[in-house]
Design a protein around this ligand. Structure first.
Ligand SMILES: *[C@@H]1O[C@H](CO)[C@@H](O)[C@H](O)[C@H]1NC(C)=O
Ligand SMILES: *[C@@H]1O[C@H](CO)[C@@H](O)[C@H](O)[C@H]1NC(C)=O
Ligand SMILES: *[C@@H]1O[C@H](CO)[C@@H](O)[C@H](O)[C@H]1NC(C)=O
Ligand SMILES: *[C@@H]1O[C@H](CO)[C@@H](O)[C@H](O)[C@H]1NC(C)=O
Length: 192
């Protein structure tokens, strides 16, 4: 009884070929637990206040680092994320700093790169204030005593001051494949 075996082998091969084709088109990305996807990275607003150094260490315990800002597209997306995830937080530490740089240039500690896009608040940078960059909300006090938060922009602050921490990490990209085993189909997620 060779024929049934050949037929079922052919069917399985056909099935595998289709599965392979389908799987190639199916790739997705996700953030670690607790992080939210913003632009093409994952952000997390830490609980409580920390100075810049404590914030840096805190993010590292999460396999992340303090926020960096690459360009205006990313900056706008971060600013639209903040009201939801950091409502009422006036000062948010980024990884930007000029620590130890004799030229007082600013670097993103998370990428190691010099900061080329720096969306300063009005009147900034006030270099004498310190060496660390925070995203500071522009707020106005309404007549009724209500505080209205505007956009967050970069200000220079003393690294030992307290602020809220934003950590960033990379998206994890997955390719989902269907695999056949003798008893069942199962899905495997393979980091790419
Ligand atoms: C950080 O990454 C290491 C190595 O990949 C892993 O063992 C650890 O569980 C991760 N920690 C967190 C908080 O995700
Ligand atoms: C700007 O940031 C966006 C969002 O993070 C990113 O997708 C894009 O590649 C960046 N553009 C440049 C020129 O770096
Ligand atoms: C706050 O925003 C207003 C309106 O855009 C602007 O005129 C003002 O200079 C800003 N203040 C600071 C501290 O950035
Ligand atoms: C930051 O604050 C500390 C403690 O108040 C102070 O000793 C230090 O001189 C300040 N640094 C700068 C750059 O202002």
């Amino acid at each position: 009884m060779l024929w049934p075996k050949i037929v079922s082998f052919a069917l399985v091969s056909l099935c595998l070929a289709r599965v392979h084709q389908a799987a190639n088109q199916d790739s997705s990305a996700s953030c670690p637990t607790g992080f939210s996807r913003v632009a093409d990275k994952c952000l997390l607003v830490g609980a409580g206040w920390k100075n810049w150094f404590e914030g840096d260490r805190y993010c590292r315990t999460l396999n992340a680092s303090l926020l960096s800002i690459r360009n205006q597209t990313e900056f706008n997306l971060i600013n639209s994320y903040l009201p939801e995830f950091a409502a009422y937080e006036l000062e948010l530490w980024t990884s930007g700093n000029s620590l130890g740089d004799s030229q007082a240039n600013y670097f993103w500690q998370s990428t190691g790169k010099e900061a080329t896009y720096l969306p300063w608040a009005t009147g900034e940078p006030k270099r004498a204030s310190g060496d660390c960059l925070s995203l500071t909300a522009n707020y106005t006090m309404e007549a009724g005593g209500e505080v209205v938060l505007g956009e967050h922009r970069l200000t220079v602050r003393n690294c030992t001051l307290w602020g809220t921490v934003i950590c960033e990490t990379q998206l994890t990209r997955y390719r989902t494949e269907l695999c056949l085993n003798p008893n069942a189909f199962y899905e495997a997620q393979i980091p790419v």
